[in-house]
Design a protein around this ligand. Structure first.
Ligand code: SF4
Length: 222
């Protein structure tokens, strides 16, 4: 325990923001959740809506992040970015949040190795479709590591992206492994069209819209 406390004090994270809101995505949608947004991302998706988290933020101790999270009094915590796994200290943070009794999810790009993530964490992992401009970064080896606790998310900009997603679902039998989420890029792909394609093809996925955008558009801290 003393060792764990020392780790918490000496481990530093680059933090963009911590805030309480409703979870806007995944099967946890609608749950009051504390978001821990870490700074930095090695990708540059064309439709990224959190570019403000690429840089800046402040250096904080893991211990102070835990205190801040606890002050919100919520069970559900989502560690997001940016790409949180780009910081090595993300791994001890995830473990410490689980140890503190939280139900923890991690939003990750799918470009980095997820193998060392605490097994208690629900990994919400992107697969980047071609319209993102970052499709070459997909680390497909990650797929074999996913289990029923995890979810795969694909954000689609057009019909070519949808066809790509459909092919990956078949190629890796993704729906047998975990929940698969398909979302339209806001302002680029009509959500109703994506919904119709999914029903037409009887695709074994969940359609989702980003709840926080419906409620608050692109406001930060929401
Ligand atoms: S991985 Fe996420 S944070 Fe990074 S550029 Fe893509 S959408 Fe933005």
């Amino acid at each position: 325990m003393a060792d764990q406390e020392n780790v918490s004090r000496s481990t530093t994270l680059r933090l963009s923001e911590i805030f309480a809101s409703l979870q806007g995505e995944s099967t946890r949608v609608g749950l009051p959740t504390v978001f821990v947004r870490l700074t930095g991302c090695p990708l540059r998706c064309t439709w990224c809506d959190t570019a403000y988290a690429f840089k800046g933020g402040e250096s904080v101790s893991l211990e102070s992040v835990l205190e801040d999270v606890a002050s919100h009094g919520l069970h559900s915590v989502c560690v997001t970015g940016g790409e949180p796994l780009a910081q090595t200290a993300c791994l001890p943070l995830l473990t410490a949040l689980c140890d503190a009794g939280h139900s923890v999810s991690l939003e990750t790009s799918g470009a980095l190795d997820i193998s060392a993530v605490d097994p208690r964490v629900s990994r919400i992992m992107d697969l980047k479709a071609p319209g993102s401009g970052e499709s070459a970064r997909n680390r497909f080896e990650n797929i074999a590591l996913l289990n029923a606790r995890d979810e795969i998310k694909m954000v689609l900009a057009d019909e070519a992206d949808y066809d790509w997603a459909k092919a990956r679902i078949a190629e890796y039998d993704l729906a047998a492994r975990c929940t698969v989420l398909l979302s339209p890029v806001a302002g680029k792909l009509d959500p109703a069209r994506l919904a119709e394609w999914i029903v037409r093809d009887r695709l074994p996925v969940r359609f989702q819209l980003q709840l926080h955008k419906v409620l608050w558009q692109d406001a930060r801290g929401r």
